[in-house]
Every structure is written in structure tokens, then in C-alpha cells.
Ligand binder design. Structure first.
Ligand code: MG
Length: 173
């Protein structure tokens, strides 16, 4: 059985993951509207991944005899001045999510709840990847500046991204 304190922290994280999903869906809709179909595709996949993250936490809480409580999802921004601004927002947001995960980890260590530490390990690695990807795209967009052809190429590349079910969900059944 999981402690009430950890249960509350994981419920807050479930909400944060759904907020992330909502944020990236909003970015996808923004880029769709702006005619950047590749970026829209990339953020649609981000959206699905974040939903999967929430699902992993929900499954975990249930498996530990906890109670999942779905709270309202706060409003998200709806537009970004440039693609660079959207990816900079993505990085800043992922850095925040990393600190949230780290805080739950610290709590789990304090409570000697090693099963929760074990579950969080995947998220710790995932956050390194999320930040690295966003940082890489920011670097490229900064180099590109307002070069339309280079921006077109990045868009084409992001259009080819496909969704892979995250490992903890893929192995769940
Ligand atoms: Mg996430």
C-alpha cells in the first residue's frame, strides 16, 4: 500500500502530465493553423506521449492500492510568436517536469518506498531525453533564423516522427 503523501504527489503528477498533453496539443493546433504541418505532427506525438505518461502513473497507483483522483486541467496558452518560442517553451516546461519527478523521487526515498523509486527511474531517463530533444531543436532553429528553406527542411523532418508506445505501457499487458 502506498502512503497518502505519495499518492497525493502522484495524483498531482498525473494532472501535470495531462497538462503537458494539453499544452502540446495546443501547440499542434497552433502549428496546424500556421501551415507548419511537420511541427504539428511532432507536437501531436508529444501529446500522445504525455497521455501515456499519465496512464503509466495511473496504472502504477492502482497497482499499489492507491486511489486515482483526476483533477481539472488548467488552461494552456494558444499561440507562440515563432517556432523557436514554442520549442523554448517546451524545454522550459520539460525542465519543470523534471524537477517535479525529482521531488517525488526524493519523497519516495524519504519514505523508503523503493517500488516507487523503481517506477520513477524510467521517468528520470525519459526527462533527460525530452530535454535533450528540445535543446537540439532549439539549437537548430537558432542557426536557421529566418531561412525559409532550412525551416522547410526541419518541418519535413518533424513530419516523419511516428508514435511509439512508451516501454512501461507497452510491457504492461
Ligand atoms: Mg511527461
Amino acid at each position: 500500500m502506498i502512503s497518502t503523501k505519495l499518492q497525493d504527489a502522484i495524483n498531482a503528477q498525473i494532472n501535470a502530465e495531462f497538462w503537458s498533453a494539453y499544452l502540446y496539443l495546443s501547440m499542434a493546433m497552433h502549428f496546424e493553423n500556421e501551415g507548419h504541418a511537420g511541427m504539428a505532427n511532432w507536437f501531436r506525438i508529444q501529446f500522445r506521449e504525455e497521455q501515456a505518461h499519465a496512464e503509466i502513473f495511473m496504472n502504477y497507483l492502482n497497482s499499489r492500492g492507491g486511489r486515482v483522483v483526476l483533477a481539472p486541467i488548467d488552461e494552456v496558452p494558444t499561440s507562440w510568436p515563432t517556432p523557436l518560442a514554442a520549442f523554448e517553451h517546451t524545454l522550459a516546461h520539460e525542465e519543470k517536469v523534471t524537477s517535479l519527478i525529482n521531488n517525488i523521487y526524493a519523497l519516495a526515498v524519504e519514505e523508503k518506498d523503493y517500488a516507487t523509486c523503481n517506477k520513477l527511474d524510467w521517468f528520470v531517463s525519459e526527462q533527460v531525453e525530452e530535454e535533450e530533444t528540445a535543446r537540439g531543436l532549439i539549437d537548430r532553429l537558432k542557426l536557421i533564423g529566418d531561412n525559409g528553406l532550412a525551416l522547410y527542411t526541419v518541418n519535413q523532418e518533424l513530419a516523419s516522427r511516428t508514435y511509439n508506445v512508451p516501454a512501461p505501457l507497452a510491457n504492461a499487458n
